[in-house]
Design a protein around this ligand. Sequence first.
Ligand code: Q46
Ligand code: ZN
Length: 310
Amino acid sequence: MKCRRCRAPAVIDVRRHNAGFCADCFTRHCREQVRRAIDDHEMIAPGQRVLVAVSGGKDSLGLWHLLRALGYETDGLYVGLGIGEYSDESGDSARAFAHEHGWPLLEVDLRATYGFDVPSGARAIRRVPCSACGLSKRHVFNDAARANGYDVLATGHNLDDEAAVLLGNVLRWETGYLGRQHPVLPAAPGFVQKVKPLVRLGERELAAYCVLTGIDYIVEECPMAAGNRHLGYKELLNEIEERSPGTKAAFLFGFLERGHERFAADAVEERADLHPCPECGAPTPADVCSFCRLRARATRVIPVAAENSA
Ligand code: Q46
Ligand code: ZN
């Protein structure tokens, strides 16, 4: 197979584009896909400060590298989730990458800052770890971005992630989530703008980008992912994609172009009821925000009964 652009021998084929690329043209293709996602969805305005959430994996490190290659002065944010060896290694990977390039990396440790970690949080609310983790990450990312004066928070969600989330939302007709499922969640009082510049690139493309540009990422997956519904949806979509290349992208982009708008009102309605959480100031529709409730339960000290305490 030859490179679609320069006719040199191809090192990777991208079946959904029915094209092969040599190493140089492939990295250019990745940059163009990110540039196009940013432009099409007006993700980053000139002069805005961008913070990239990095986990040490291929998607987030690839994203940081791509944004810098496109000229965005982005800094990184690493959140220590306290998931045993996996967190130790992902932190090392993010730090080594930042150090190698001389790019600033902010760090927040969930336990040191908020008094609990993902495993203890999940136990406290008796939910799967990903639910305590997702809730904590959303809160900490927003908090860290606001506290440090960033305008935009970028995350490494790729085409495969977004298509799997869309499938989950459609299967349950989660109309509020469908209204919010977009590569850009605009800034609102208490929220920085959230963007997903990798929506036009698949997982395999990100892995190839990292290998071809020498990014040393952590290959191990989080051990707590087992049982995560989205992994099953990804497998199903991969089977469909195998039989009919391009379906995943058509599913996601068809929704963004023709479906999303129809659910936007549900999401706007949800955002309209928000007020600041009395504990932390984050916008919430409840008396106390769900992160502060999680934190309270995870850090609750069980009082010792008076008669037993002498
Ligand atoms: S880190 Fe957290 Fe993921 Fe691990 S516990 Fe689940 S959500 S799988 S991206
Ligand atoms: Zn709160």
